[in-house]
Design a protein around this ligand. Sequence first.
Ligand SMILES: NC(=O)c1ccc[n+]([C@@H]2O[C@H](COP(=O)([O-])OP(=O)(O)OC[C@H]3O[C@@H](n4cnc5c(N)ncnc54)[C@H](O)[C@@H]3O)[C@@H](O)[C@H]2O)c1
Length: 286
Amino acid sequence: MKNISVISGGASGMGKASARRLAADGPVLLCDINESLLEQVRKEFEDEGLEAYIKVADITSPEQLAELAEYAQSLGTVKNVVHAAAKDFNTVEPMPEPEASEEIVNNVIFGTINMVDAFLPVLENGSFITFSSLAADSATITDDDYDLWDEVYEDDFEERVKEAVNNLEPLFGMPQHAYHAYCYAKAFCRHFVAANAARFAEKGCHIVAVSPGSFDTPLLAPQKAAQDGHGAENLASVTAMQRIGQPEEMAELVYDLCQPLMFYITGFNITMDGGTYAVTHVAQLD
Ligand SMILES: NC(=O)c1ccc[n+]([C@@H]2O[C@H](COP(=O)([O-])OP(=O)(O)OC[C@H]3O[C@@H](n4cnc5c(N)ncnc54)[C@H](O)[C@@H]3O)[C@@H](O)[C@H]2O)c1
C-alpha cells in the first residue's frame, strides 16, 4: 500500500505548495470547494510528474469529508493530513453581520473539527497539520471561552460558540467584527490542537498547528491591494525580515513536521511570521 497525503485547500496558496512538497515523496489527494482550480492544479502536478488525485469536498460538510476519507483510504495508507482550507474575513466581508462572522465560525472552527473527526479514525502513525494564524494572537479570549472550547462535542456548543463570537467587540477599528471572529476562530484551532494531543498520540500520531504571518497567496490579495496599492509594503514593514512570506517556505515547515523525527512536537502551535510577533510585542535591540 502506498502512503497518501491529504491536503484540504489544496487548490491554492499554502495548501497547494504543501501538496507539491509532499508529492515529492508519494501520492497526494487534494480537496477544495473550487473545482476548476482543483482540476487546474491536478493537471499542473501531472505535468511535473507528480501523482495527484482530487476531490471536491466542503470542509463544513462532515458527510463530504467522510467520503473524502473513504476515497483516501482506497488510494493507500493515510500518513499525512494537512488542513489548509479556510475563508478569511476579506472573503466574507460583503455579507452582513452576524452572517459574516457565522460563516467564519462554520468554516474555521467547524471545518477544523470536521477534518479531525473525519481523519483521526483513518490516520496511521502519521501527522495532522492544521493552519491557525498569527491573527489568533490578536483575539480577546476569556476564561469562559476556554471553558466553552473544552465542550466541543456538547449539543449546544455550536449555539454557544456563535453567541460568544457575536459578542466580540470589533478589533483595530475594523467596521465589521468578522476580523475578530477570524482571530477568535484561529485561536480556537490552536486550543483544539492541544486538546487532541493525547488521542492522536494513542494512535502513534501527532497533531500540530502552524500559524502563518503574512504570506503571498490569493487570500492576501485584498490586503496587498489596500492602502492605495501600498498594502504589501505595509505588511512587509511589520515583519523583522521586511518582506512577506512565500508559500514554499510554509510548505517546507509542513513537510518537515510530517517527518517521523518531528512527532515529539504535538499539541502545540508553531508560528512562521518573519518576526512579526517579535517586533510588534518586544522592544528590539539596536
Ligand atoms: N495567506 C496568509 O497570509 C495567511 C495568514 C494567516 C493564516 N493563513 C491561513 O493559511 C491557510 C491557507 O491560506 P492561503 O493563504 O493559502 O489561502 P488560499 O485562499 O490561497 O487557499 C485557501 C483554499 O481553501 C479553499 N476553501 C475555502 N473554503 C473551503 C471549504 N469550505 N471547503 C474546502 N475548501 C475551501 C479555497 O477554495 C482555497 O482554494 C488558511 O487556513 C488561512 O486562514 C493564511
